[in-house]
Design a protein around this ligand. Structure first.
Ligand code: NDP
Length: 305
C-alpha cells in the first residue's frame, strides 16, 4: 500500500483564504482590524523565524501582526508588566509569548514561564494556554482551540477522515500538543462535528510499556514526541492514518541540515493509508489556526465592547 499524502500546505492555504475573507467582512461591518502581538524575548534564531512567519501570515490575511522585541536581560517582573500592558491595550486582540523563553533570561535565573503565560488575558490567549481556556476545552465548551491540535482536526475533517469509534494513539502528553489533541478527539461533539470526535484515545509517553505493539493497534497514530524518526514502519498498522507532528532538525550528511518528523516517513508510507509529510504537513496548519484564533478574539472582544 502506498499512503495518500495529506497536504498540510494546501489545507493551510485554504484556511488562510477563508480567514482573510472573514477578516474582510468583519472590518467591512465596522469591526476593528484584528491585531496579534508576538512577544519575543532574546535572540533565539528559530524563535525569530517563527515570529517573522507568524507576522507575515497575519499581514497576508488582513490581520495586523506586531512583534514586541525584548532583550534576554528582561526580568520576570518586566515581562509580566509588558503582558499586562498588552492586556489593557484595546487595539490588541491576540497576545502570544514566543516559547521557549531564554534559559539565561531574568538576570540569569530563567523565567517562570507558567506565571507569564497565566498573566495573558484569557480573551486574548490565542495559543489557548491559559488555565481558563484549558478548562473550557476540557469541559467541551472551548473559547479557543490550541493551534496545532486544531490544525490536525481541520486536516482530518477536510480530508474526510473520521475518527469516531476508532482507536487513536497519541504519542506525547505535552500541554501544547499531546494532551489537548487527545482531549479534542475524545469529546462528544468536536469543533468539526462528531466525525472528528468520539474517538477512543490512548495517550502514550516515555514511560509507556510496549509502545510498538500499542501503536500497531492504532487506526490513527499521532506522533508528537520530538525524537527524529522514532516511529518505524513496523510500529504502524496496515491502513493506519499517520499524523506526524514532530519537527526535528538533523544533519543531512552533506554538511547541512534537514527537517524530519517523529515518523520514519519512507517506512511508514508503505503501511499507512494516509500520512503527513515533514515539512509541509502539520506545521503550516498551526499558523493558519493562529490567524483563525486572532480573528475569533477580535470578534469576541468587539462584541462585548
Ligand atoms: P514535548 O517535549 O513537550 O513532549 C514530548 C512528549 O513525547 C512527552 O510527553 C514525552 O514523554 C514523549 N516522549 C519523549 N520520548 C519518548 C519516547 N521515546 N517514547 C514515547 N514518548 C516519548 O514536545 P512537544 O509536544 O512540544 O512537541 C513534540 C514535537 O512536535 C517536537 O518535535 C516539536 O518540534 C513538534 N511541534 C510541532 C508543531 C507544529 O506546528 N507542527 C507545534 C508544536 C510542536 P514524557 O512526558 O514522559 O517526557
Amino acid at each position: 500500500m502506498t499512503a495518500k499524502l495529506l497536504d498540510g500546505k494546501r489545507i493551510a492555504a485554504e484556511i488562510r483564504d477563508e480567514v482573510a475573507e472573514q477578516v474582510r467582512q468583519f472590518v467591512q461591518a465596522g469591526g476593528p482590524t484584528p491585531c496579534l502581538v508576538a512577544v519575543l524575548v532574546g535572540e533565539d534564531p528559530a524563535s525569530q523565524v517563527y515570529v517573522r512567519n507568524k507576522s507575515r501570515a497575519c499581514e497576508k490575511s488582513g490581520i495586523e501582526g506586531r512583534t514586541m522585541r525584548l532583550p534576554a536581560s528582561t526580568t520576570q517582573d518586566e515581562l509580566v508588566d509588558v503582558v499586562r500592558g498588552l492586556n489593557q491595550d484595546d487595539s490588541v486582540h491576540g497576545i502570544l509569548v514566543q516559547l521557549p523563553l531564554p534559559a539565561d533570561g531574568n538576570g540569569g535565573s530563567g523565567f517562570d514561564e507558567r506565571s507569564i503565560l497565566d498573566t495573558v488575558d484569557p480573551r486574548k490567549d490565542v495559543d489557548a494556554f491559559s488555565p481558563v481556556n484549558v478548562g473550557l476545552l476540557m469541559q467541551g465548551r472551548p473559547r479557543f482551540l490550541p493551534c496545532t491540535p486544531h490544525g490536525i482536526v481541520q486536516m482530518l475533517h477536510r480530508e474526510k477522515i473520521s475518527v469516531a469509534g476508532k482507536h487513536v494513539v497519541v504519542i506525547g502528553r505535552s500541554d501544547i500538543v499531546g494532551k489537548p489533541m487527545a482531549m479534542m478527539l475524545a469529546q462528544r461533539d468536536g469543533s468539526c462535528g462528531r466525525d472528528v470526535a468520539n474517538a477512543t484515545v490512548t495517550i502514550a509517553h516515555s514511560r509507556t510499556a510496549n509502545l510498538a505493539q500499542l501503536c500497531r493497534g492504532a487506526d490513527v497514530l499521532i506522533a508528537a514526541v520530538g525524537v527524529p524518526e522514532m516511529i518505524s514502519g513496523d510500529m504502524v498498522g496496515d491502513g493506519a492514518v499517520v499524523i506526524d507532528v514532530g519537527i526535528n532538525r538533523v544533519e543531512d550528511g552533506q554538511g547541512g541540515y534537514k527537517l524530519v518528523g517523529d515518523v520514519n516517513f519512507e517506512q511508514a508510507r508503505g503501511k499507512a493509508s494516509a500520512i503527513t509529510p515533514v515539512p509541509g504537513g502539520v506545521g503550516p496548519l498551526t499558523i493558519a489556526m493562529l490567524l483563525h484564533n486572532t480573528l475569533l478574539a477580535a470578534k469576541g472582544i468587539h462584541a462585548k465592547a
